[in-house]
Write a new protein. Structure first.
Length: 370
């Protein structure tokens, strides 16, 4: 980096996202090129009187290990690690991979046994300790965004260093509305799907768990979803690039699934029973993120987007669905992506990516950008 922007991001993570206190134990997991940010975080954590720990992860090495891993190995490793994670107070995950397809040659069965062994640890990281995930602005991420590296760095720091306290305050009316909503209907090209969110609860995501951030999420009542959804942007899952994903739902279950790789898609959905049910429904509204770049941390926050996620529910908005899968699949409803509508209890909430009720207009891009 040419300036101190990494130090600013690190300070925001330590002071705002995690609100680190003296003597807290914070694990930093960093992949490939993210070490410069990890170093800044270590400095900031020591300055707070906290105890940083660092785990370096390398995709090529992880791929080779996973190809031959056995259930005995995976379970033994999970047992060793469980004690450590039970004593960790916070988590920072820095993704800096150069190649999303590095793990694509790992057999699906190996993923499953590894994920099964580590499921309780993953649930602890996601639900029971404070933590934040973000990407490092490397050349691979710039290429995904179809930007020159320097231009992408400017974009990255603009969206990651957003005023998340302001975003949180603007999201409160949407949170309140979702808390009292029963029926949701989403319509758009190839999409007409309905479900209930009654009694599930909602959560504002504004810089405390992901960077960049910008969504309010809940979960459908598990067996309430019926209809069809066509996702209009692609997604990479464990090294495989999926396009044109479409699901048919009956009583909450995905009963038909198609995509450019239909067989592979269905093998993921057959990971376990919960993988064919939805564990999250979220409305995205980050005003600085407008177009997909094939990276979930960015794409699920796109202004005018929503995501319906096959797999595991979060405990803070829990519909009881459990799975080793949690796959955030995104659709954009702004006019240039085909438009669409979201209805809460027969009230039009958002049309073509813009919130309609006056109480929610503060989340529209012009208002959020000020």
């Amino acid at each position: 980096m040419k300036d101190n922007r990494l130090a600013k991001i690190a300070e925001n993570i330590v002071s705002y996202s995690l609100d680190v206190q003296p003597e807290e134990r914070i694990m930093i997991a960093v992949t490939d090129e993210g070490e410069p940010l990890a170093r800044e975080l270590v400095r900031k954590l020591y300055a707070k009187g906290a105890f940083p720990y660092v785990r370096l992860q390398r995709q090529q090495l992880q791929s080779e290990w996973l190809k031959g891993v056995t259930a005995t190995q995976a379970n033994q490793l999970a047992q060793w690690e469980e004690q450590m994670w039970n004593e960790i107070d916070g988590y920072i995950g820095i993704h800096g991979e150069q190649n999303d397809s590095e793990l694509s040659r790992v057999p699906e069965g190996k993923y499953r046994l590894y994920a099964s062994a580590f499921q309780s640890i993953a649930e602890r990281i996601d639900n029971r300790i404070k933590g934040v995930r973000l990407n490092y602005p490397n050349t691979a991420l710039a290429q995904k965004a179809k930007m020159p590296t320097e231009m992408f760095e400017d974009f990255y720091f603009d969206v990651c260093a957003f005023d998340y306290k302001r975003m949180h305050d603007a999201a409160v009316p949407l949170y309140d509305w979702m808390q009292r909503t029963d029926r949701v209907r989403i319509v758009g090209p190839g999409t007409d799907v309905s479900f209930s969110i009654k009694g599930i609860g909602a959560v504002i995501a504004a810089g405390k768990r992901n960077i960049p951030d910008g969504e309010v999420y809940t979960a459908p009542v598990r067996d309430s979803i019926n209809g069809t959804i066509s996702y209009n942007i692609g997604s990479v899952y464990k090294g495989h690039a999926f396009e044109h994903i479409q699901f048919q739902f009956q009583a909450g279950k995905i009963v038909e699934a198609t995509a450019n790789h239909t067989e592979k898609l269905n093998s993921i959905l057959d990971t376990d029973e919960g993988a064919r049910y939805i564990g999250e429904f979220a409305i995205g509204f980050h005003p600085g993120i407008l177009h997909p770049m094939g990276d979930t941390l960015f794409d699920e926050k796109i202004a005018g987007s929503f995501h319906l996620t096959p797999g595991r529910a979060y405990e803070k908005a829990d519909n009881g669905n459990r799975s080793r899968v949690h796959w955030d699949l995104v659709s954009i409803q702004r006019p240039e992506y085909g438009g669409g509508e979201i209805w809460f209890d027969d009230v039009l909430i958002r049309k073509d990516g813009l919130f309609v009720p006056a109480a929610l207009e503060g989340l529209n891009p012009q208002r959020l950008l000020g």
